[in-house]
Design a protein. Sequence first.
Length: 109
Amino acid sequence: MTGIAGSFEKAVKLMSEVLAVRGKVLPVTLDNINLCAELEDGRVVVGESKIPEEVKNSKTPIKRVFITPSDAKPYPEVLDEIEKADVIIIGPGRPLYKHYAKSCVQGGC
């Protein structure tokens, strides 16, 4: 969709219109980020799709989740909307932890 819309930002807005989304769907950042998980055994798994696979295969719990780079800048409109919001609904998502980690871009937590 990014190729059609010309940018990730425009693609998110276009998909919201196509799907007739109520409310707003905004990217947390326009920076290229990776979701990472540190497992209880100290290993770090990089990649949203790789984390649940590794946790399941190794039967090792997640100790913490984080994003790299850690200095990703929040999308300015997100900060404005968070300040104005009465309620913020997070979900649904594959594993919900991805939402928490991605909300921790610099200035967003």
